[in-house]
Design a protein around this ligand. Structure first.
Ligand code: FAD
Length: 433
């Protein structure tokens, strides 16, 4: 009987330290240096952040997303989930702990598919937190369906030449390199005809046309680039993995990325619930506290139940990833987590916002940012609808159609079968009446 929902006491001590450290030392960075977590460190910002990173390293909590065989600390996904839900409270915390998206997923694929040279050049500095990376896959005309991508890479002697447009390439403006997905063979299926390239951002022809912002961010200062790749020439060694391997690599990357977002989302939703409860206990209206109103109690109960379900789902999926060490085997549950994530964050943040009244919708509270974040969760790494389709297809694999006109569970036939099975007993009962 191996079901166990307890954290071992030694690791709990580590988590308790992390919780205190994030609240006291890291969360203030969100307000002192807002939206600057992906800008390379320098000057006073470096002076403030480097000692915090050193402290995390000393505690053995740096870059825990990769196993030792891939160059990380090797905590496994379950332990990472428990840590990530603490880090999810703060924008800066993943940076301070060396496990921020999209760099975690990018590090993972270089660790899996990179050559020794690529690992030295990109993975090591990435794991050391000294540079940022960008995953450049989505195109302006197509996102959810990568088979429609048009960006081309053509072999020219010892080089590849890349041409095309990419959209929503997050952090491109501060990234040292881009991982670009491009068509290398248009004559075969997209699943065999696309490849990944490691492209330094300062390569001639990488034109960042616009930095698109999310709602509320100043125009032109967002973090999601529209990029025109114009005759971008890279050497043959820039190919990541084999030619035609882009889809396989993308699945490795996105599997990890999705579950890590979910882990952090638990922390963010818990923060919203904490704020909702504090406000409910503190605010008085029409003769009683908000916490005494049944509507508000409903908000709290629904939020608690939603978060508990989601947390168990994420922890279970993380446990499965550790057990099977194969994202493909856990695909159904990763997609199910991805489907649940935006609704959980949206609902809890929305209720918390409502309970705060007018203050809740202002830029003096973080709820609108959380609601926008929930909308983003429903798109980034694939739209909810596509993940629902994945879940449904995987679930249906365990079922078969019936040849019969009536469903297997059709009551009249089952009743008849049951009566036949217990005929002796039924007659005996009747006889005794
Ligand atoms: C904040 C943010 C960061 C991102 N960062 C990156 C990044 O770093 N790198 C990168 O490459 N991309 C990134 N993306 C892009 C993201 O991966 C795409 O937005 C996503 O894959 C959807 O593509 P699309 O926006 O082109 O929507 P479309 O493909 O046009 O889909 C639009 C809508 O159509 C519906 N839909 C689509 N397919 C189906 C279907 N099969 N069945 C039913 N309905 C469907 C859904 O409602 C979907 O939202 C980011 C997106 C956001 C919002």
């Amino acid at each position: 009987m191996a079901w166990d929902f307890e954290t071992d006491p030694e690791y709990q001590k580590v988590l308790d330290w992390a919780d205190e450290f994030v609240r006291q030392e890291v969360e203030p960075l969100d307000l002192a240096f807002p939206h600057q977590q992906f800008v390379p460190l320098e000057g006073k910002r470096r002076d403030a952040v480097d000692p915090l990173k050193d402290e995390v390293r000393k505690r053995g909590l740096w870059a825990t997303h990769l196993g030792p065989e891939l160059g990380g600390q090797g905590y496994g996904q379950l332990k990472l989930a428990l840590l990530n839900e603490i880090l999810g409270r703060s924008q800066w915390a993943p940076i301070v702990f060396g496990c921020q998206a999209p760099d975690t997923g990018n590090a993972e694929i270089i660790a899996h598919y990179g050559t020794e040279e690529q690992k030295q050049k990109y993975l090591m500095p990435l794991l050391n937190g000294e540079l940022f990376s960008c995953y450049s896959m989505t195109e302006p005309h197509a996102g959810a369906d990568p088979t429609l991508f048009k960006t081309r890479a053509v072999r020219d002697g010892d080089d590849w030449v890349i041409n095309g447009w990419k959209f929503f390439s997050s952090n491109a403006r501060t990234a040292s390199f881009l991982i670009v997905m491009a068509v290398t063979n248009p004559d075969v299926s997209a699943y065999q005809g696309m490849s990944m390239f490691l492209v330094p951002t300062d390569t001639p022809g990488v034109n960042i046309v616009r930095d698109i912002g999310l709602y509320g961010e100043p125009e032109g200062q967002g973090g999601h680039a529209l990029i025109h790749y114009e005759n971008v020439r890279v050497p043959a060694e820039a190919l990541l993995g084999g030619e035609g391997q882009a889809f396989v690599i993308a699945q490795t990357r996105l599997g990890g990325g999705r579950i890590h977002h979910a882990m952090r989302t638990i922390g963010l939703a818990q923060r919203a619930l904490d704020m909702m409860c504090e406000r409910a206990l503190s605010r008085q209206t029409q003769g009683s506290r908000l916490s005494d109103k049944q509507f508000v109690q409903g908000y709290i109960a629904d939020s608690y139940a939603q978060l508990l379900q989601f947390r168990l789902m994420v922890l279970y999926t993380a446990w499965e990833i550790d057990k099977y060490n194969d994202y493909k085997k856990v695909r159904k549950d990763i997609s199910a987590v991805k489907v649940a994530m935006p609704t959980v964050l949206h609902d809890i943040a929305w209720r918390a916002m409502q309970v705060h009244g007018a203050l809740g919708v202002t830029n003096e509270m973080p709820f609108m940012g959380m609601v926008t974040g929930a909308a983003v969760m429903g798109l980034a790494d694939g739209p909810t609808e596509v993940h629902k389709t994945t879940v449904a297809k995987q679930v249906l694999r365990d079922y078969q159609a019936t040849e019969d006109t009536w469903p297997t569970e059709w009551t009249p036939r089952k009743r008849e079968e049951a009566r036949t099975k217990y005929a002796d007993f039924l007659e005996h009962q009747v006889g005794n009446l």
